[in-house]
Design a protein around this ligand. Sequence first.
Ligand code: SAH
Length: 204
Amino acid sequence: MGNREMVECLVSEGLLKSGRIIRAFKETDRGIFCPGRMAYEDAAMPIKGGQTISAPHMVAIMMELLQPRKTDKVLEIGGGSGYSAAILGRLSRKVFSIEIDPELYKIARSNLKKSGVKNVSVILGDGSKGLPEAAPFDKVVFACAVPEIPRKTLNQLKDPGILMAPVGEGIQDLAIARKNKGKLAYESHGGVVFVPLRKPSSLS
Ligand code: SAH
């Protein structure tokens, strides 16, 4: 199985629906981000230090809900391998992806370069407070689980804007906050399992 077959599977399962999202998945070879024979399996895989690259179906669900647009400025918290950042990059104008782990930060940067994505800035640091210096964002997406949506990141969202995060402990809820006309509306999109957000002290 190769990247094309992996994407066709996601399409036939009804998980990938939008033409431009399907194209972004086809252009992004998961084999660059997830080395080994399992790269095109629909499974989360270990990358480094107990972290994982999300399963393709999870990234597909998130992108279809988020619907990034070519004019969007996007913030991702949890760059990991850089895979979801690469897809976001192909769908948006500009992506900032924060990664707390120095080794993964380097890996994400190099993978994104190999993948030919030029509009993603990977930033080494703690993303729990968002990225005020580049705010506001059209979309904010957490690729790690949070106990609750950090208020500071909601404040960095444009109006209209969408924030997505796995919220809770154990099995988390894929939550969406939509900001529109000064109001926030929350949606719940079911159970997911992401690695939890780490505190800077957990790395030393
Ligand atoms: N989107 C990634 C998967 C991310 S896994 C991919 O496609 O490969 C979650 C990532 O969040 C891990 O790499 C982890 O190191 C990172 N992370 C955890 N806590 C963080 C924090 N406080 N700030 C930034 N990144 C964090």
